[in-house]
Design a protein around this ligand. Structure first.
Ligand code: SIN
Length: 345
């Protein structure tokens, strides 16, 4: 009997050995709400990893700057205090990787197809290669959407920006963009924006609609201009030492889950932004205005010189590649004689 009990014990131990081993904890920190494209994709990644690894990995998600604010989270990643982040491309400057600010250039992406080909092609690879010496490995690029301007007064003409204090992310390109419009840019962590708008520390801001809605910015901004003047997306990154320390099988499992989470993320981004616009409309706190073609042309005239100004910062080669991709996409669309499937919203 004793022998049978011992054998059963050994059998059950070997059966559960994976579960009994301490799981590898992946702390995934981000600054936005859980019900955003990034927040939902982080959850998807967690679900896939935990299911497939049968408990060998545990993914802990910390949304809404719960653990760290924008800049702090990058330092925490380098120190190994967290394992995965997905900062917006505008936030890599303080790391010494200003090339990511290519994505901040106003009117750089005429449509999402150009954007995805840029992220998934040579430009994306080049950007990730810049991170390796900083102890960071790039895993994926996630989408959010085109940014729109908000304030407590209508922003239609370039002159409307004169002297406005506009919150920006820590990007020199965004700084130049606001100055080109005549505004006064103010760098501020995402977690502080709502209060700053509410208290009048800044007059306005720019963000995709899903961020504006989930942070309730529309409740403290009377005017929203659907300008789609710029883009906001994310580089999903990990601590290189952590990543290199995993076995090949473990890395493959995480990479595959990230690939699927990325497809999921890009698949929901547009809908999340459309839904947010509908909810902002319903809230009736904010007047929503779409630029006329003439107004848009005026904004473009003021903003396009920022490309040239930052050519050497973001990389002349990468900038040219985006222009080439955009031209190619336009050519293909013209050949197919169909309108862009990914209109800016
Ligand atoms: C984010 O989407 O991660 C935040 C963007 C911002 O700081 O405005």
């Amino acid at each position: 009997m004793k022998i049978i009990i011992m054998m059963l014990g050994i059998l059950s131990l070997s059966f559960f050995n994976v579960v009994l081993a301490e799981p590898i904890v992946i702390k995934f920190s981000h600054v936005v709400a859980p019900d955003t494209p990034k927040g939902k994709a982080a959850e998807k990644f967690k679900q896939l990893v935990e299911e497939r690894s049968k408990g060998a990995f545990k993914v802990e998600i910390y949304p809404n700057s719960q653990l760290y604010k924008d800049r702090e989270e990058l330092e925490a990643l380098q120190l190994g205090a967290v394992q995965i982040l997905a900062p917006s491309m505008a936030k890599f400057g303080p790391l010494g990787a200003r090339e990511f600010e290519l994505f901040d250039l106003p009117y750089i992406f005429p449509n999402k197809e150009t954007l995805y080909r840029t992220m998934d092609g040579e430009v994306g690879k080049r950007l990730f290669s810049k991170l390796e010496t900083k102890g960071i490995t790039g895993l994926a690029f996630w989408d959010n959407g085109f940014k729109h301007m908000s304030a407590n007064k209508p922003l239609r003409k370039v002159a409307d920006f004169n002297g406005m204090k506009m919150r920006i992310q820590s990007s020199k390109v965004l700084d130049a963009q606001m100055k080109a419009l005549g505004a006064m840019p103010q760098v501020m962590a995402f977690s502080e924006v709502y209060t700053a708008l509410q208290q009048g520390v800044v007059d306005g801001t720019e963000n995709p609609l899903s961020n504006i809605y989930t942070q309730k910015m529309h409740e403290v901004q009377k005017n929203l201009t659907l300008s789609a003047h710029g883009y906001l997306g994310y580089a999903v990154i990990t601590n290189k030492k952590f990543w290199d320390g995993l076995t090949v099988d473990q890395r493959n499992l995480l990479a595959q889950a990230m690939k699927e989470a990325t497809v999921f993320e890009r698949g929901i981004a547009q809908q999340e932004n459309d839904d947010s616009l509908a909810k902002i409309r319903e809230a009736k706190t904010t007047e929503i205005y779409t630029l006329t073609p003439a107004e848009r042309a005026e904004w473009m005239k003021a903003l396009l010189p920022v490309h040239k100004e930052f050519e050497s910062v973001v990389g002349k080669e990468s900038l040219q590649e985006v222009y080439d991709i955009a031209a190619q996409v336009a050519k293909e669309e013209a050949a197919e004689q169909k309108p862009s499937t990914n209109k800016k919203k």
